[in-house]
Design a protein around this ligand. Structure first.
Ligand code: NAP
Length: 321
């Protein structure tokens, strides 16, 4: 199944649909998921340094390219700079390690993962914590300091497009104004309970594309940090979504994916279940009516993610629209 793309300000095409890989570290499970996804038509894979799975993704992509089943230009890889590698002297080193792990010469889209830089332990990318277990903030490095290093890697051809993740609209606009290479994409929490209306308006104005993370509400999110502060809410069980699934003879996941893509967002639902991987990409053969889109737009707002570990950081702006 071929899915649509949206243009980036670089001229490249961002597939509107791809596979999320957060919390998937098991070698066999991820390889099976990736092969199922690519065979079903997925052409975008979303990863990050912090997911610790870039080497597995690299192996599978290499397997497909080396056997002629895929050309490099047919697959779009998004990855992200960890919050511990924002310092100018760390950026290139980190990106080079990611390129090696991915077995690639370039990454299609590279994002600053989190707006709040923190320090790492000497000689590793493990975050530095104080004696209470709290992250040690890097209060010196600004967004533009990090961006300038990313721009060098863009000009060197190692990163084909640049963007940010979890930035507020204000932070995106500030960076946009200072940047030589303008941000091409922002990746943020976005689903029926958190629709990012203001950020989407700013993105339209600036010509920045938006990728929705947690498009299904990330039902497995709490296991990543059981001691974190996770608001409750499950879009997959929302009564209106259940009703629309019945009406259109689709699954609730297919309704949630269609809603976001019909609004022009790129989506990256994660699944390790082969049946669901195929189900999720089968969301493009129907349209939600205008009336049903409006009804979904009217849902009560609940933010399901937060950056509670970075509260108190000078660049903390989580929840600002
Ligand atoms: P999500 O895609 O909204 O939800 C994934 C969860 O939904 C998994 O537990 C999955 O379970 C389940 N699921 C998938 N398809 C389903 C279906 N058809 N029916 C019912 N359940 C289904 O949440 P997410 O993984 O948090 O977000 C997606 C991706 O966005 C991530 O994987 C990651 O790549 C990215 N992300 C980025 C950030 C950031 O800071 N930039 C933060 C969070 C996520 P199974 O695997 O068992 O199917």
């Amino acid at each position: 199944m071929k899915t649509p793309s949206i243009p980036l300000n670089t001229g490249a095409a961002l597939p509107i649909f791809g596979l999320g890989t957060w919390q998937v570290k098991d070698d066999k499970e991820l390889k099976t998921s990736l092969r199922t996804a690519i065979d079903a038509g997925y052409r975008l894979i979303d990863t990050a340094h912090i997911y610790k799975n870039e080497h597995i993704i690299g192996e599978v992509i290499h397997e497909y390219i080396s056997t002629g089943r895929l050309k490099r230009e047919e697959i779009f890889i998004t990855s992200k700079l960890p919050l511990v590698a924002h310092a100018p002297e760390d950026v290139e080193k980190c990106v080079n390690g990611q390129l090696d792990a991915l077995k690639l010469d370039y990454i299609d889209l590279y994002l600053i993962h989190c707006p709040c830089p923190c320090k790492h332990q000497e000689g590793s990318w493990i975050p530095l914590s104080d004696d209470k277990g709290k992250l040690v903030f890097d209060e010196k490095t600004t967004h533009i300091d990090t961006w300038r290093e990313l721009e060098k890697l863009y000009y060197a051809g190692k990163l084909r497009a640049l963007g940010v993740s979890r930035f507020s609209a204000r932070q995106l606009e500030d960076l946009y104004d200072l940047a030589d290479v303008k941000p091409a994409n922002i990746q943020v929490e976005c689903h029926i309970y958190w629709q990012q209306e203001n950020l989407r308006r700013v993105c339209r104005k600036l010509g920045v594309t938006l990728t929705a993370f947690a498009p299904l509400g990330s039902p497995g999110r709490k296991s990543s940090r059981p001691d974190g502060n996770w608001p409750d809410g499950d879009p997959l069980l929302d009564p209106l979504v259940l009703q629309l699934a019945e009406k259109y003879q689709k699954s609730t996941a297919q309704v949630l994916i269609r809603f976001l893509t019909q609004n022009g967002n790129s989506v990256i639902p994660k699944s390790v279940n082969p049946r669901r991987i195929v189900e999720n990409i089968s969301s493009f053969d129907y349209e939600l009516s205008e009336e049903d889109m409006h009804a979904l737009e009217d849902k009560t707002r609940i933010k399901l993610f937060n950056l509670d570990f970075a509260i108190g950081h000078p660049l903390y702006a989580d929840g600002e629209n």
